[in-house]
Design a protein. Structure first.
Length: 581
């Protein structure tokens, strides 16, 4: 495709409106590379101001933007400059958006992501050429009207010029049709009887005929008859008449996945459906990427599991060291106490030998009392049982920590199974104790009647760990580097909420500012200091709860007061009901 630029075109100014900085930079670079001047705007309001100031030759705008949408900007521009070519682009637009844009006067509509810069540049060139020809046509028309009274002999020449301009416009239209035919998606416009009115080359090729011979055929013949039919509603179901339909199918012939879409086409005057647009898009590459993404997620989850175990290892060692230390100290004490008791027994035996068969003399009594005093018997009588009990408690604590760590680090099943959420939470609190004990007090309120939840236990444990550590870090940030004995609070509550099991994890930390609340689940997004967080913890939490377990997660937060994460997981009864339906 030729991209030769004339002198006049090189001076053309294009107003580019895009709220995505990366896309804006890429498109600017591609357009400027072809010799055009680019004026950039990140939202509709800025674009409107630049339009009034710069008077651009062409506007390219995203459809969904803050403050002023692309359609609203288009409406304003067309009111002042109806002859200005305006191109709408969007990656999430619908056919209704396309129709609305064309009604408002848009010259063209481009879908994102743009397959390559050639299509964009081609559209720009044709739009500028169309504007040039339209302006030329208007000038000729005005010239005709001005001179018709003065020079009737020049009428034929002027009509010929107008005809040439119209022919050129027809050429532009034909070139656009060629562009439409170059789109790899299978596209067809069908009537109310589900028969093709017009189709692109890709659709014709799939049907095994030429584009002109597609008229009258049914697209439902493709993909083993799996294509959704928008025309199966009855007149008594007006609310369903204009419903978009999308399904994914696997084509046995090409061995590829396709996304099949049916978008109703409505008469703009009556509002009644007169047909539909059928689109088949090859999504095989995307499906393969999704499978690879799933594998990567599993690897990432396992990696963080290992990272968490490593992170907790030092704390676990510290937690175990404390009870082991006082057990060791108590053993030393009991050893010394046993030596002292042995001395007492030895003194008693000596006294018995001296008084064999006789009543104890006062001297022997004094020796016995002295032996008890030397051994500090009153102290031993009190402290030895206490030391034994303390040692038992210490060993029990070590055992519980080791047992919790074993449960947490065990690979477990990769399949969902009924589990006790309270037990998972208690185990996680134990293994993470060294992460929160210096900055917070942890309390729990478990619903004793909460049914078991069908889930992957190790993944839910990782979620609780991530949120528990996040809460501790938020409290630590609020207290500062030297809390001087002050501690915050972390409270974990479970309850049944309709057909869901609800877990609420609350802290008294710094809170989450409202302006970043909708970004906290984005991968690699973090507000923590360098080395404190990777930005993966909450992303994994969101993925595990919403995608892996079909649950939901919400945030309640007030700056400077704390945050509550609300997790909801479907109960087994709800899952069984959905399967039966």
């Amino acid at each position: 495709m030729s991209h030769a630029i004339t002198r006049k075109q090189k001076k053309s100014t294009i107003l580019l409106v895009e709220d995505d900085a990366a896309v804006l930079g890429y498109l600017t670079k591609q357009i400027e590379k072809r010799g055009y001047q680019v004026v950039k705007a990140k939202n509709g309001m800025s674009a409107w101001d630049l339009f009034l100031l710069e008077k651009p030759s062409l506007i390219i705008s995203d459809i969904y933007m803050p403050k002023l949408t692309g359609l609203e900007l288009l409406k304003r521009v067309m009111h002042l400059s109806p002859e200005l070519p305006f191109i709408i682009m969007s990656g999430a637009g619908t056919m209704d958006d396309v129709i609305s844009a064309m009604r408002l006067g848009a010259w063209d509509y481009i879908t994102k992501p743009i397959e390559g810069p050639d299509i964009l540049i081609y559209t720009i060139e044709k739009a500028l050429e169309w504007a040039k020809l339209k302006k030329l046509s208007q000038e000729y028309q005005e010239m005709l009207e001005a001179k018709v009274l003065e020079k009737t002999t020049a009428l034929q020449e002027e009509l010929n010029i107008r005809k040439a301009a119209e022919q050129h416009l027809d050429q532009v239209k034909r070139e656009w049709e060629q562009t439409f035919n170059a789109i790899p998606d299978l596209i067809a416009l069908v009537d109310k009887n589900d028969r093709i009115v017009r189709a692109n080359k890709s659709m014709a090729s799939a049907l095994g005929v030429s584009p002109v011979n597609t008229v009258g055929k049914k697209v439902a013949l493709l993909f083993n008859g799996l294509w959704p039919n928008v025309n199966d509603q009855t007149p008594s179901e007006p609310e369903k008449e204009n419903k978009h339909r999308h399904i994914e199918v696997f084509d046995e012939i090409s061995k590829k996945y396709f996304e099949l879409s049916v978008i109703p086409y409505v008469d703009p005057d009556s509002g009644l459906r007169i047909g539909a647009i059928h689109i088949a898009r090859d999504i095989h590459a995307r499906k393969e990427i999704e499978k690879e993404k799933e594998k990567m997620h599993i690897q990432l989850l396992q990696a963080q599991k290992l990272e968490s175990v490593g992170q907790l290892a030092a704390g676990i060692a510290h937690e175990i060291n404390t009870p082991v230390q006082y057990v060791s100290t108590n053993m030393d004490f009991l050893g010394q106490a046993f030596t002292d008791l042995s001395d007492i027994i030895h003194a008693f035996n000596a006294c018995l030998e001296k008084t064999e068969g006789n009543i104890l003399s006062s001297e022997v009594s004094r020796e016995i009392r002295q032996a008890l005093e030397d051994a500090d018997w009153e102290y031993l009588k009190k402290e030895v049982p206490a030391s034994i009990n303390q040692s038992r408690d210490g060993l029990s604590r070590v055992s519980s920590i080791v047992r919790a760590m074993k449960e947490f680090s065990h690979p477990g099943s990769k399949e969902k199974e009924p589990v006790d959420l309270s037990h998972i939470i208690e185990t996680t609190i134990i293994v993470a104790r060294n992460e929160w004990k210096y900055v917070a007090e942890v309390t729990t309120d478990f619903d004793s009647h909460l049914p078991k939840v069908l889930c992957v236990a190790k993944e839910i444990g990782q979620v609780i760990l991530n949120l528990l550590i996040n809460a501790a870090h938020a409290i630590e940030e609020k207290l500062g580097e030297n809390p001087e004995g002050s501690k915050g609070k972390i409270h974990i509550k479970t309850k049944a909420n309709g057909s869901f099991a609800e877990i609420r994890i609350s802290d008294t930390g710094v809170g989450i500012p409202e302006e970043i609340r909708n970004r906290v689940f984005d991968p690699f997004f973090t507000t923590k200091k360098v080395g404190k967080g990777t930005g993966q913890g909450l992303a994994i939490v969101h993925n595990v709860i919403t995608e892996k377990h079909q649950g939901s997660i919400a945030i309640e937060s007030a700056k400077g007061q704390g945050t509550t994460f609300i997790l909801r997981l479907p109960l087994i009864k709800k899952i069984e009901e959905s399967i039966m339906v």
